[in-house]
Design a protein around this ligand. Structure first.
Ligand code: SF4
Ligand code: SF4
Length: 100
């Protein structure tokens, strides 16, 4: 069963992810991303907003698709910094693996 973790956004602070709540879900990042993959990276930002921690841990390989080209961050109309969010989520996943 997938649980919702309302504190997830706060938990990510120490991995350098502190901008996800700025996202207003416009989809610009998903439109510009060269991966053209299932609304990436918008959906990862949305997972944080929804506290879908388990979803990220169950499918971490999605994060490693990112090319770190920075286009999403450059075009984001807010300061949600989706490129850095992806990088921080990778740090979170690696830390989780290290502890478990
Ligand atoms: S940094 Fe990653 S998520 Fe952002 S546009 Fe580039 S490949 Fe897509
Ligand atoms: S471009 Fe920015 S505000 Fe729009 S969905 Fe992506 S992260 Fe959110």
């Amino acid at each position: 069963m997938t649980l919702v973790h309302p504190e997830f956004a706060e938990e990510l602070d120490r991995f350098g992810v502190d901008t996800a709540l700025e996202c207003f879900n416009c989809g610009t990042c998903a439109a510009i991303c060269p991966l053209i993959y299932e609304h990436f990276p918008r959906k990862m930002v949305r997972y944080i907003q929804l506290g879908a921690r388990d979803q990220i841990l169950e499918h971490p390989e999605e994060l490693w698709r990112c090319l770190h080209c920075g286009l999403c961050t450059q075009t984001c109309p807010r300061e949600a910094n989706p490129g850095e969010v992806i990088l921080g989520l990778k740090r979170f996943v690696v830390d989780h693996w290290r502890r478990n």
